[in-house]
Design a protein around this ligand. Structure first.
Ligand code: SF4
Length: 243
């Protein structure tokens, strides 16, 4: 059998075969932290646990279908909300994989990608935009029309009591495809809508992938506040705090 010479074999850090979009986003918080997670293992935090619980709520009432059934539904029905849809595509000969919280389809076309984030901050960090932007990119790589695609990032205050009700109101609002206001408040949550821009996300991906392909080393944060909340600050040689 002949080798497929058009497909270079890439050796990625930590022997990865696939890059996960949420890990790429993690590089923007602190690349050193991402590296520490691979070396020392993931440490659970209250925010991570809360995020996982909310995601469970999100898919609670949804019907479980195969990817094939989902594609048929998307083509058949006027509106479909796909929860944790598997997105896969290749960039720079590397397979990227991601599962956004929700993708809203209208007549077979993805209209909005929505991601929920639990944080005391009201404004989304750059890494959140990159994560959701990469999901949009993958939708395009899977053959969907993305020229009119928007994404929403919902910043939810962790103190929110009735998460289920809040999530339902946000889903209801988003399904109306109403992008008049770029920022919408829902009590303890604020939603930011943006138009997807492929150029900026490709630039970011190039920077991020250079780490995985060993073209550069992990870059630690220069923000001391990040080190203060970091689970690895006692082990990290680049920590900006003295303990
Ligand atoms: S202590 Fe600071 S530099 Fe080190 S991994 Fe954590 S956030 Fe990054």
């Amino acid at each position: 059998m002949k080798d497929d010479k058009s497909k270079k074999t890439r050796s990625l850090r930590f022997d990865k075969q696939i890059l996960f979009v949420n890990e790429i986003a993690g590089q923007y918080f602190c690349e050193k932290k991402l590296e520490m997670q691979h070396i020392h293992g993931r440490v659970e935090t209250d925010l991570k646990t809360m995020g996982a619980e909310a995601h469970e709520m999100l898919i609670d009432d949804s019907e479980k279908v195969s990817q094939e059934e989902l594609f048929l539904e998307i083509q058949k029905k006027k509106q479909v909300i796909a929860y944790e849809m598997k997105l896969l595509g290749e960039y720079r000969n590397i397979t990227l994989f991601g599962r956004p919280d929700c993708v809203f389809f209208d007549k077979g076309i993805p209209k909005t990608v929505l991601e929920f984030k639990f944080s005391n901050y009201k404004k989304p960090f750059n890494d959140f935009h990159i994560q959701v932007g990469a999901y949009c990119l993958l939708l395009g790589k899977m053959g969907f029309k993305i020229n009119e695609l928007y994404y929403g990032i919902v910043m939810v205050n962790p103190s929110v009591k009735d998460k289920k009700n809040l999530i339902n109101s946000i889903l209801d609002y988003t399904s109306k495809n109403n992008f008049i206001d770029p920022i919408v408040d829902f009590g303890n949550a604020r939603m930011y809508f943006c138009k997807y821009n492929s150029e900026s996300i490709l630039n970011e991906l190039n920077w991020a992938i250079d780490y995985w392909t060993r073209q550069r080393e992990a870059i630690p944060t220069t923000n001391q506040k990040k080190c203060m909340s970091c689970e690895y600050n006692k082990k990290c040689e680049n920590s900006l705090i003295t303990i």
